[in-house]
Design a protein around this ligand. Structure first.
Ligand SMILES: [Zn+2]
Length: 298
């Protein structure tokens, strides 16, 4: 097993670009070739990583990336867009709003990494429900799931002919799902919708490619967090207190376990009908991580 990012062919004219180890700021991309050019599903966090991706595309597939579909507004999925200044950028309307008003994290939250000359670009095409790229016998369907899940502007990319699904961060494979900027209940509902598509191949936002078996672990983790939040709410605990007293059970060995704190912030806010204080949520993840910066290998 190589630890290098690689372009993995999934079907004729369809690839995933998988970046180990899938941790903080290390996401996956998709690539689809059609007669009018290449469509990239997302870009990535840093200049170096985005250039490596574009080199791999050039070597393996050839041709220029004509358009980028952003699966949501998180920086790992969007930052590299400035390295594709000519490409169309397609995203849900909320992504445009979120990219216009980014919330900066305190510098100590993550271990330092070099972003380089990689910046997000605002979408050039926004949609509300869905759009189809390359209509015909091998369409690329881009859909918003109709509710907030991982974020309010999620999009997934579905290739019905090849039965390949690019989920963005609606699926994590191996790492802890992160719901701080989303809705746990919405996300669980959306996982059922994704499963109903009956995909053969599922490309998660982080972690290795799999099949429909990837949905269940995410679903059970979210359900676990909702139960833990209900218990914490009854006991009047803060998200950090609740996380510190919580046995993560089957999820204890998943990387980025500190996300439990952000997830409890969101789940408790949903229960209490309040807003999440984002800087506090990030600071609490840092505290839970023994007062150390979260490991970022971007
Ligand atoms: Zn994300």
């Amino acid at each position: 097993m190589t630890n290098q990012p690689m372009l993995q062919q999934l079907a004729k004219d369809v690839w995933a670009y998988i970046q180990p180890d899938g941790g903080w700021m290390i996401n996956n991309m998709g690539l689809i070739a059609r007669p009018d050019g290449l469509t990239s599903v997302d870009v990535t966090s840093t200049e170096r990583r985005t250039r490596d991706y574009l080199d791999a595309v050039d070597r393996t597939v050839g041709g220029r990336v004509h358009r980028v579909v952003l699966t949501h507004a998180h920086p790992d999925h969007c930052n590299g867009a400035s390295l594709l200044p000519e490409a169309e950028i397609i995203a849900h309307r909320s992504v445009a709003d979120e990219l216009r008003a980014p919330h900066a994290l305190a510098p100590h939250i993550f271990t330092p990494f070099t972003q380089g000359a990689a910046e997000p670009r605002l979408p050039t095409i926004v949609f509300d429900d869905s759009l189809t790229i390359a209509p015909g016998d091998r369409p690329i369907k881009v859909r918003h799931p109709g509710m907030t899940a991982h974020t309010s502007g999620d999009a997934f990319v579905w290739l019905p002919t090849e039965r390949v699904l690019f989920t963005g961060d609606l699926v994590f494979n191996g790492g802890t799902p992160f719901a701080l900027s989303g809705s746990l209940r919405g996300w669980m509902h959306v996982l059922d919708e994704l499963a109903a598509l009956d995909p053969l191949t599922v490309v998660p936002g982080h972690g290795p490619v799999g099949g429909p078996e990837l949905f269940e672990p995410v679903h059970s983790y979210l359900s676990f967090v909702i139960e833990a939040a209900a218990d914490a709410n009854e006991r009047g605990l803060s998200p950090l207190e609740a996380a510190r007293g919580l046995d993560l059970g089957p999820f204890a060995n998943w990387p980025e376990r500190e996300r439990i704190v952000g997830n409890l912030h969101r789940a408790l806010a949903e229960l209490r009908g309040t807003e999440v204080d984002m800087p506090s949520a990030w600071q609490d993840m840092y505290e839970y991580n023994d007062g150390a910066s979260l490991d970022c290998h971007a």
